[in-house]
Design a protein around this ligand. Structure first.
Ligand code: PLP
Length: 427
């Protein structure tokens, strides 16, 4: 604990001086040290080593080996999955495939889960779930005649900070439920759901759970195997620093791999893949959850970044997120609450991930002004949230502290109102 008050810059400098992960920051490309990059929950920074590793792959593998490279590239989705499992997800080998997008993986597991619960017609998710998950469920429900139940966790009278508690979920459970799917950490509010308690509850009703770990992978220490998780998906481009559009992943517990069958039966899931036979026969292990030719170049980015996480240890990364988000919340109390912001993230560190969500009626304009006027990169989410993240290997405490001080001055002066609104398609 620091002897300085949180509102003194020395407070953050002292946290940095005692941060066992501080040295990782210099292993990333940071072109402008004056920028406070607080958007690692959207896209992580580039590790310096990735540049070298990708170059080496291009010249010495693709360039030299050409098609012979497939002899050792072909199982990289599984090798990368095992690395993700042990460094980030708390999963033993043979349960994770790293490939495709989170959306495709989600579609695959939704199809597999519903097929494994014939006769049941209800799917449950929440209104604050990430759009791609909700949209895929809507499409699936419409096409295949399922009843999609959406828990209204955007209403604070129903749920605090969008969090889904087992008590709340149980009100919606019945023996018609085939599938419940939620985020481990809510993408907007940053609230963390209790993976084990919810998975146990859903199992009690005979249904399956799919967790979307996109915002929790690399920010909190997860224990998929110990928590009895059935199924999960997520991405590697946020806190895992795998790069823009880096492959996602799916987790299928060994307990249910034989029982499940995904809707897209690609040739990589076929038992005798290179016999090119007339009919599909699913491989019974995790290979049976692949689709097709994997993005080998992208794996080199993912591998470099995940090896850093494995060395840094995910438990220490969670600790840094917890301390950093605590500092952000205390600075919010001191500086931003009096300026009309409200906090939409739990105050208990065990109930949040690596980002905090600050709500303000002018959030959109403030977020644009932060980029243009004060060199702070936040993340804006409709209708009125600014998300600020601690990406544990790259964000320094003083970087986050400076960002909050600049934000305070931007809003208290009213200067943000001078900025013209952004016309970019990306917000
Ligand atoms: C929680 C969550 N799920 C799914 C996605 C979609 O990922 P993709 O575009 O890789 O399919 C995202 C993207 O940010 C996300 O945050």
């Amino acid at each position: 604990m620091s002897q300085h008050p949180v509102t003194s810059r020395e407070y953050a400098l002292e946290l940095d001086a005692n941060d066992p992960l501080a040295h990782y920051r210099e292993q990333f490309v940071i072109t402008d040290p004056n920028v406070c990059y607080l958007d690692g929950n959207s896209l992580g920074r580039l590790p310096k080593k990735t540049v070298e590793v990708v170059n080496n792959y291009l010249l010495n593998e693709w360039g030299k080996e050409v098609v012979d490279g497939w002899g050792h590239w072909i199982d990289e989705p599984l090798a990368m999955g095992d690395l993700l499992g042990r460094s980030v997800l708390g999963a033993a080998a043979g349960q994770v495939v790293c490939s495709d997008t989170t959306s495709v993986n989600f579609y695959q597991l939704v199809g597999a889960a519903l097929r494994a619960r014939p006769g049941r017609k209800t799917i449950i998710t929440d209104a604050s779930n990430f759009p791609t998950d909700r949209f895929i469920l809507q499409g699936y429900a419409e096409q295949h005649g399922y009843n999609l139940v959406i828990i209204d966790n955007e209403d604070p009278a129903i749920s605090a900070h969008e969090r889904i508690t087992p008590e709340l979920l149980e009100k919606y459970m019945s023996d018609d439920v085939a599938l419940v799917t939620l985020e481990v950490v809510q993408y907007r509010a940053g609230a963390r759901n209790d993976v084990k308690a919810i998975t146990d509850l859903v199992r009690k009703y005979g249904a399956l759970t799919i967790w979307d770990a996109s915002h929790s992978a690399g920010s909190i220490d997860m224990h998929f195997d110990a928590d009895g998780v059935d199924l999960a998906v997520g991405c590697t481009y946020k806190y895992c620093n795998g790069g823009p559009g880096a492959p996602g992943y799916l987790y299928v517990s060994k307990r249910i791999q034989k029982e499940l069958r995904v809707p897209i039966q690609g040739w990589f899931a076929n038992k005798n893949q290179f016999e090119m036979g007339p009919t599909f026969e699913k491989v019974e292990d995790i290979r049976g959850f692949q689709i097709a030719t994997p993005p080998v170049l992208a794996y080199r980015c993912v591998k470099t970044a995940l090896e850093m996480i494995e060395e840094a240890q995910i438990s220490r990364m969670e600790e840094k997120c917890s301390t950093g988000t605590q500092m952000l919340i205390e600075l919010y109390d001191a500086w931003l609450a009096p300026l009309g912001f409200t906090l939409n993230t739990p105050r208990d560190a065990k109930e949040r991930g690596g980002h905090v969500s600050l709500v303000h009626p002018d959030a959109k304009q403030i977020a644009v002004a932060m980029r243009r006027m004060i060199n702070v990169i936040p993340d804006y989410r409709v209708p009125n949230s600014i998300r600020l993240a601690i990406s544990p290997l790259t964000t320094s405490f003083v970087e986050a502290w400076d960002g909050m001080e600049r934000l305070r001055d931007l809003v208290s002066s009213g200067r943000y109102k001078e900025v013209a609104m952004d016309t970019s398609r990306v917000s």
